[in-house]
Design a protein around this ligand. Structure first.
Ligand code: NAD
Ligand code: MG
Length: 393
């Protein structure tokens, strides 16, 4: 039995992970579940999966959860805050850690899992984007294993030769073809983008996901973050990665080899496939996913991404090229901008302006320690809020 901690258990990825695990009761044991403030959902999950630990990021919520669980006679121990998250990511009885907290809040618990040498199933791309080299160094130094959950990166991993860490050129890989759906506004008239609402932005055509990543998909910042994520995961340079808009989301990404071969991974757009892949790797287990009906799909289309429609893709490329803390700043500014858009304080077309303003305002530092990364994250959030007030005022 493999012991599993799910960071962000109440989210879209967390719930899909529990769905896959419940299909294989003899194989995985849930050791810990965590959430931010969703007491009711974590309570139900605890009664169903009987973890040893539950963590709420929020202190008050932890108190409420502990009282509910004690009334129900459950013996789950409740911890709270960042310390609690770090503890359950590093427990001896845990083999696998699903990193599915959204945003920068997931960085420290995920690093704790790396330092404890766990198998990390990485959904929380923001953690890797904001700390890049530092994150990869911790994985290597502590013999941890990093398996991508992001559907594209999981697809790339499946199409790569086993020894890809030697360097893409060394193993005959020419290019990574990173697919993107193009989101809900791929064909929306440009002059209508200014007026789009959060409800329209989170209505993704192919995937049901949390609100933040859904807005990122609409701006294509998600793909920008994914280019950075792929550079770190696969030891690739940005120019070795081509973003390909593929509206059907059936091909989840491709790898092109020196001999002209292109390997693709296909499947229905259902995150339980990459989750089951990473849980069982190198074996294969059932994920509860419908089999792919190619006659129903019928067409696979491909387009070049439109740089005018999706300026966030350019901003992410520039941040990666600048190196150091630039990606940390990009990520933090994006988190503030997306939240402001969801709260009705910023127009959809203001998202990229705010991010660019913050990137322009802050110097780039060498990202050589966790403190430097956390400081860059905090400065970017501060400047983003200042610029937001000016925009609103
Ligand atoms: P979600 O919003 O549905 O869930 C987020 C989870 O994180 C929840 O359990 C929430 O309680 C927890 N959380 C949020 N803020 C927290 C905080 N400050 N402290 C502690 N916990 C906190 O998000 P999601 O769609 O499941 O996405 C999770 C991560 O996976 C993101 O990084 C996203 O980019 C990535 N991802 C998601 C999908 C998808 O299909 N949903 C696909 C690829 C990658
Ligand atoms: Mg993805």
């Amino acid at each position: 039995m493999k012991g599993v901690t799910i960071l962000g258990a109440t989210g879209s990825i967390g719930m899909s992970t529990l769905d896959v695990i419940a299909r294989h009761p003899g194989r995985y044991r849930v050791v810990a579940l965590t959430a931010h403030r969703q007491v009711e959902r974590l309570y139900t999950q605890c009664l169903r999966h009987m973890p040893d630990y539950a963590v709420m990021g929020d202190e008050d919520a932890a108190g409420q959860l502990a009282a509910r669980l004690s009334d129900a006679g459950a013996c789950t121990r409740v911890l709270s805050g960042m310390d609690g998250l770090k503890v359950v990511a590093a427990l001896d009885e845990v083999d696998y850690v699903m990193a599915a907290i959204v945003g920068a809040a997931g960085l420290q618990p995920t690093l704790a899992a790396a330092r404890a040498g766990k198998r990390i199933l990485l959904a929380n791309k923001e953690a890797l984007v904001m700390s890049g080299r530092l994150f990869m160094d911790e994985i290597k130094a502590h013999g941890a294993q990093l398996l991508p959950i992001d559907s594209e990166h999981n697809a790339i991993f499946q199409c790569m030769p086993a020894d890809f860490q030697r360097g893409l050129g060394e193993v005959g890989v020419q290019r990574i073809l990173l697919t993107a759906s193009g989101g809900p506004f791929r064909t929306t008239p440009m002059d209508a983008l200014e007026q789009v609402t959060p409800e329209q932005a989170i209505a993704h055509p192919n995937w049901r996901m949390g609100r933040k990543i859904s807005v990122d998909s609409a701006t294509m910042m998600n793909k920008g973050l994914e280019v950075i994520e792929a550079c770190w995961l696969f030891n690739a340079r940005p120019e070795q990665i081509q973003v390909v808009v593929h509206p059907q989301s059936v091909i989840h990404s491709m790898v092109e080899y020196a001999d002209g071969t292109v390997l693709a991974q296909l499947g229905n757009p259902d995150m339980r496939t990459p989750i089951a892949h990473a849980l069982a790797w190198p074996e294969r287990i059932a994920a509860g996913v419908h089999s792919l009906d190619l006659f129903d799909v019928a067409h696979l289309d491909f387009e070049v991404p439109d740089p005018v429609r999706f300026p966030c893709l350019r901003l992410a490329g520039e941040a990666m090229a600048a190196g150091g803390t630039a990606s940390t700043v990009l990520n933090a500014a994006n988190e503030v901008a997306v939240q402001a858009f969801l709260d009705g304080q910023l127009r959809f077309t203001g998202i990229h302006c705010l991010i660019e303003g913050v990137l322009d305002a802050l110097p780039v530092h060498v990202a050589d320690s966790l403190d430097t990364v956390l400081e860059a994250d905090a400065s970017a959030r501060r400047v983003a809020h200042q610029q937001l007030m000016k925009l609103a005022g």
